[in-house]
Design a protein around this ligand. Structure first.
Ligand code: FAD
Length: 448
């Protein structure tokens, strides 16, 4: 494949191009280093150049210039994904959408935005109108809404609203295609699932309509317990407490809190903790619940105070992994969904079975109306074989693993080929140029 880059840049004249090798290398990577297996596979992957459009019209121009010469194109938001989702496997163009950050309109309960808007920025604007985003990853400050939809799954807020894939959590998108004559397609209703969590393999999202939630003043608290299973069952009970308004229920087993440098002075050594965001209106019943469970509150910030300094959410979800890896880079992690069971029997078994090798970190989320623990356990990494054995053991016992050690779309959380997403790719990206190598269904089709 020989690409005439002069012809390419002439075709997109007026649009920012980054050619500096250091910059291009940086913008070719995400947070794949959390997985020792992905480090082996992705460290040497780099794009040829980065293009930064500022509008949908410019995206159309870039798409056309790529199609003309069959140049691979990998879409990028903030590059905070963990599975190498936006790492170009076959070089080509990195399409950085961070300059497209307009909030087009906010109506009661719905926002229409460009993909590059950062979640915190969108949330701030929404809150000025009495609304807020329903859910955000712990990369709230840096991640883009386009990248969250393209590669994320859920986060702070999922205890109430479920995950991004749940019907109603994405209302509409505009998508640029990679046909000979690229065009814009609008998808609404269930059609949004064609591109939702597709790693940018079958369309470039240029606009999104996302639903909002009523905004609450969120107090931040840490509750300490003496033993892990009491902490976990407290998390389950809080998740199930429909009358208590909450946004976050995170459980970390000892010794995880010891990795939280900025919180260490507040948390007694050796404790198991619940990190929570509760609406201030619900603090009284929440505290009654803490008392009933014999927990003690060691950290409390009002919503007003929480606006400054340490954000509790930046110790939860995959930020828990981040803080632990800062201290011990040999740690990696798993993503597990335990089956619904108010007694948490399987969770207890795994906690005891793996002992010190796995440190339990739970995020309670709502799945099809039931609250259950998703775990992002920290793993003391030894070998690839052992990591696979740990994953296999969980699956055999009935826990669902969304494998964070693969960049293949279907091998991560989805597990099966999605015929709808494949059909959409066949129609919209007939030359297979969008983020090539990530959608297994497409790659297998090429081989057969
Ligand atoms: P990127 O990493 O740039 O892109 C993600 C994927 O989306 C890529 O495949 C990319 O090609 C595709 N994409 C980006 N923009 C578009 C577009 N406009 N059209 C089509 N495809 C597009 N994730 C969670 O879900 N929940 C969490 O709580 C969470 N916590 C995290 C904590 C840490 C410390 C880290 C490092 C990661 C975490 N993540 C989490 C993963 C990641 O931060 C989020 O999914 C984030 O929303 C990704 O946004 P981004 O802008 O960085 O996307």
């Amino acid at each position: 494949r020989s690409i005439d880059w002069k012809r390419f840049s002439d075709a997109i004249a007026g649009i920012e191009i980054i050619r500096d090798a250091t910059q291009v290398a940086k913008l070719s990577k995400d947070y794949y280093t959390y997985s020792p297996l992905l480090v082996e596979q992705l460290s040497d992957k780099v794009g040829d150049l980065v293009v930064r459009p500022t509008s949908e019209a410019e995206v159309l121009k870039v798409a056309k210039a790529c199609v003309q010469q069959r140049i691979p194109l990998t879409v990028r938001g903030a590059g905070t994904g963990n599975y190498g989702q936006c790492i170009p496997l076959q070089g080509g163009v990195i399409l950085d959408l961070t300059k497209m950050q307009a909030v087009k309109w906010i109506q009661p309960g719905i926002a229409c935005v460009e993909p590059g808007v950062k979640l915190a920025a969108l949330d701030k604007q929404a809150r000025e109108t009495g609304w807020e985003i329903r859910m955000a990853p712990s990369t709230y400050r840096t991640a883009t809404i386009g990248g969250f939809i393209g590669g994320g799954s859920g986060g702070i807020g999922s205890i109430t609203y479920g995950q991004l894939r749940d019907r109603g959590n994405l209302l509409a998108v505009r998508v640029v295609t990679m046909e000979d004559e690229p065009r814009v397609i609008e998808l609404r209703g269930d059609d949004v699932q064609k591109v939702n969590h597709a790693y940018g393999t079958n369309g470039i999202i240029t606009e999104l309509e996302i639903p909002l939630a009523p905004a609450y003043p969120w107090a931040e608290l840490i509750v300490v317990f003496d033993d892990f299973m009491t902490t976990a069952t407290f998390g389950q009970a809080l998740g199930d407490a429909d009358g208590i308004i909450k946004k976050l229920v995170t459980i970390c087993a000892d010794p995880i809190p010891g990795y939280f440098a900025a919180l260490r002075s507040a948390i007694p050594p050796g404790s198991h903790v619940a990190l929570v965001m509760v609406a201030e209106q619900s603090l009284e019943p929440f505290k009654a619940m803490v008392k009933e469970w014999s927990g003690s509150i060691c950290y409390e910030k009002s919503a007003q105070a929480a606006k400054k300094g340490t954000m509790l959410l930046e110790y939860t979800w995959n930020h828990t992994t981040l803080h632990a890896r800062t201290v011990d880079p040999n740690l990696t992690y798993l993503q597990t969904l335990f089956p619904y069971d108010p007694e948490l029997k399987l969770l207890e078994h795994m906690y005891q079975h793996f002992g010190d090798e796995l440190m339990m970190h739970l995020e309670f989320i709502r799945v099809a109306g039931c609250v259950l623990p998703a775990a992002l356990q920290l793993v003391r990494y030894s070998t690839p074989d052992r990591l696979h054995e740990i994953i296999r053991y969980h699956e055999e016992k009935g826990a669902f693993i969304a494998n964070p050690h693969t960049y293949i779309l279907e091998d991560g959380g989805r597990k099966t080929v999605d015929p709808v997403q494949l059909a959409f790719k066949e129609a919209m990206d007939p030359y297979g140029l969008l983020n090539p190598g990530k959608m297994k269904a497409w790659e297998m089709r090429d081989r057969s």
